[in-house]
Design a protein around this ligand. Structure first.
Ligand code: FAD
Length: 386
């Protein structure tokens, strides 16, 4: 890749993270899944090496880089078969929002731990009755003296079992208009009134999803992150990195699957030549490679715009990168499984479970259809049906 797109530092970071990822690899993740636990050793080592906080400010223990560096870390870990989903949440969303809008105290309390991996934060926006329509969320914060009381429900929240806190998107009532405004709260999972229930997901992943109930959870005034009146802007400051990082997650998984298929297609012969010589096998793999490369370019564009402070431009690119990467990942995994024939469905080769896992990037954090809606309305100026 030309140095205009990726600097020498980026390439060195890629190589170093890739080496770490390969040292752990798919077998390590498979073991943690079988044992029902978080990939704590990889998380801790990546934290010590500074990879988990590459995007966070240096003065709070981070690497002083941006999302461009963080998405590269996640992509390379994924390409090595050892993705860390919580990177999408803890440093990318929560770390970014706190670094950009938190008070000095919140930054000092959270950023060094998020950066070195000793503290983890989950992120909760999705609600059972709102789903893709996050304008409809009803988790509500009301004042009680200096405190806040937070009440509502959340669903599909990743990593609550290992989180030191959950950054919860709620709403406060505008005293003048009575309308509900989005705002963000740091909620400790041991707070009274905070309940969690694991969701039985058919996903072969170390990170678990939870349904949360918040029943008049009492929070101090300083649990609010940022300005009560600038909620949406602050929210999107965190959601764009989430989309860019989901693209990285998808590209990493797609690359991993493609690599397994290529190894197999070069070796496996059932006629005179290896199956990779048949164009019916070779061309879809070549297409998968092209689609992943294109998705990566859009991811790099989105990260570049975001890191340069162009939140609006980054919004469109982050959505398109997430879309392209999700589709490229689903297709690459599907083709990889097919390339291995019967072995594509064995536990030994470990590709079949990626069929389910790859769908996550099509659904979350914003579905394929909602991105197509966004591009139809925002980029192309078409009217809305809903
Ligand atoms: C593994 C996993 C981890 C997750 N982790 C988190 C997390 O940590 N924190 C968090 O807050 N959330 C998390 N989520 C939730 C995720 O963001 C949501 O699942 C996602 O936003 C979709 O919402 P929904 O599931 O309610 O689907 P729905 O909104 O019910 O949508 C269902 C289907 O209808 C389609 N649809 C809906 N509206 C329209 C429309 N207007 N036009 C066309 N099609 C439409 C959608 O595209 C989708 O295909 C996670 C989800 C998964 C699967």
């Amino acid at each position: 890749m030309s140095p205009v797109i990726e600097t020498e530092e980026h390439k060195a970071l890629r190589a170093a993270v890739s080496a770490l990822g390969k040292r752990y690899g798919r077998d390590y993740i498979a073991r943690t899944v079988a044992e029902g636990r978080h990939p704590a050793e990889l998380w801790a080592e990546a934290g010590k090496l500074g990879y988990l906080g590459v995007n966070l400010p240096e003065e709070y223990g981070g690497g002083g880089g941006g999302v461009a560096e963080l998405c590269l870390v996640l992509e390379e870990l994924g390409a090595a078969g050892a993705p860390l989903l919580m990177l999408v949440v803890s440093p990318a969303i929560c770390g970014t929002v706190i670094a950009r809008f938190g008070t000095e105290e919140q930054k000092r309390a959270w950023l060094p731990g998020i950066a070195d991996g000793t503290r983890t934060m989950a992120f909760a926006i999705t609600e059972p009755d709102a789903g893709s329509n996050s304008h409809r969320i009803t988790t509500t914060a009301r004042r009680d003296g200096d405190d806040w009381l937070l009440t509502g429900r959340k669903v599909f929240i990743s990593g609550v079992d290992i989180a030191d806190a959950v950054l919860v998107v709620g709403r406060t009532e505008d005293a003048r208009t009575g309308r509900l405004k989005p705002c963000l709260f740091i909620v400790p999972p041991d707070a009274e009134g905070f309940g969690r229930r694991p969701i039985d997901m058919e996903l072969n992943a170390a990170e678990k999803q939870f349904e949360l109930t918040l029943d008049d959870v009492r929070l101090p005034a300083d649990a609010l992150v940022g300005d009560e009146d600038a909620g949406l802007l602050q929210l999107f400051a965190g959601l764009n990195p989430e989309r860019i990082m989901t693209a990285a997650f998808a590209i990493g998984m797609g690359r991993y699957a493609l690599e397994r298929a290529l190894e197999y297609a070069r070796e496996r012969s059932v006629w005179k030549t290896p199956i990779g010589a048949h164009q019916a096998i070779a061309h879809p793999l070549a297409q998968a490679h092209i689609d992943l490369e294109l998705a990566r370019l859009m991811m790099q564009k989105a990260a570049h715009l975001y890191d340069a402070g162009d939140d609006i431009g980054a919004g469109e690119a982050a959505n398109m990168a997430k879309y392209a990467a999700g589709e490229a990942c689903v297709k690459a995994v599907d083709q990889a499984v097919h390339t291995l024939g019967g072995n594509g469905l064995t536990r030994e080769f470990g590709l079949a479970s990626l069929i389910t896992a790859s769908r996550v990037a099509r659904i979350a954090p914003v579905s394929r259809e909602m991105i197509l809606n966004y591009v139809s309305h925002q980029s192309l100026g078409l009217p809305k049906s809903y």
